[in-house]
Design a protein around this ligand. Structure first.
Ligand SMILES: Cc1ncc(COP(=O)(O)O)c(C=O)c1O
Length: 280
């Protein structure tokens, strides 16, 4: 993405260099907004309906009126996809509560700010797919509404930095001894051929890729147990996977410097990865 790339801001398509908002925007002042990232393969959005539903849920949870109908969002998405110069895209959409004098309470009569941009979609490298990736773990100190796809991402940013500094791909999070997710991915464990999935409650983002993977599991006949997963079970898992719009499904083969399973992507991962490729 460069300065001439077309972005969408409040009803107008314009070059990135000309897209400006007020410093009083509540997204800037309070992180008061929500977002979505939709992966696009060969100019076809992956699971757009589910992304729009999650957007609606996030908006409702924070009390920002949805500025567009699902049909209007789809039209806008497809226009962004059409204008972008890449085939594989990550469409970013952000809505903030709008511009108002700084005061914590919701302002009256403001119009939400709507911003969209398209970046090239970065998926795992062939080496990452074949060898898996290393992760580190940390205590999940974020708030208790991680189910909202909020732009207030300071907790996630600080937790991701832990793995950046360890030269690892992700930070796997535990809250009170139980697996939640990673700093910008969901996480699934595999033990004796069964996928163990942390409950989709307020402590994790309901990932669209994770939902897809669990659906694919049922098609492939792989059993899934959705329940709290204690740290000990993660440390002795046969396989550990990250899922996200950018990572699709990716094997974690080292955690905190120790091998996961035999230290290479496992057979269940290989089956799932291959199936995912046919569905995107
Ligand atoms: C904290 C967190 N969990 C999970 C995910 C994965 O969600 P999705 O599969 O919808 O990309 C993300 C994606 O950005 C995330 O930020």
């Amino acid at each position: 993405m460069n300065q001439d790339s077309v972005v969408y801001l409040n009803g107008v398509f314009k070059p990135l260099s000309e897209a400006k908002i007020s410093v009083l925007d509540r997204g800037f002042i309070f992180g008061d907004g929500v977002y979505e990232v939709v992966p696009v393969y060969c100019r076809r959005p992956f699971r757009m309906v589910q992304h729009l539903k999650r957007l609606e849920n996030s908006l409702a949870a924070v009390g920002i009126p949805n500025p567009k109908s699902a049909a209007e969002w789809k039209t806008l998405f497809m226009e962004m996809v059409r204008q972008a110069p890449y085939e594989q895209q990550a469409v970013y959409l952000q809505i903030t509560r709008g511009v108002a004098p700084r005061d914590h309470g919701f302002p009256h009569g403001v119009t939400p700010t709507v911003f969209m941009m398209v970046n090239p979609l970065k998926t795992p490298t062939p080496e990452q797919i074949e060898q898996g990736v290393a992760c580190v773990s940390a205590e999940d100190f974020r708030w208790h509404r991680c189910d909202i796809k909020s732009i207030s991402l300071l907790g996630n940013v600080l937790l991701r930095q832990v793995s950046v500094e360890a030269e690892a791909t992700e930070t796997v999070l535990f809250r009170d001894g139980f697996l939640t997710e990673a700093s910008s991915s969901n996480i699934l464990a595999v033990k004796k051929g069964v996928i163990l999935a942390p409950p989709r409650d307020h402590l994790i983002l309901p990932g669209i890729s994770c939902e897809a993977v669990l659906e694919f599991a049922s098609m492939l006949g792989i059993p899934v147990e959705t329940r709290p997963v204690p740290r000990e079970e993660v440390l002795t898992a046969d396989e550990l996977w990250l899922t996200s719009s950018g990572k699709e499904v990716l094997a974690v083969t080292m955690l905190d410097g120790k091998p996961v399973g035999d230290g290479s992507p496992g057979p269940v991962f290989k089956k799932m990865w291959a199936y995912f490729q046919t569905q995107k």
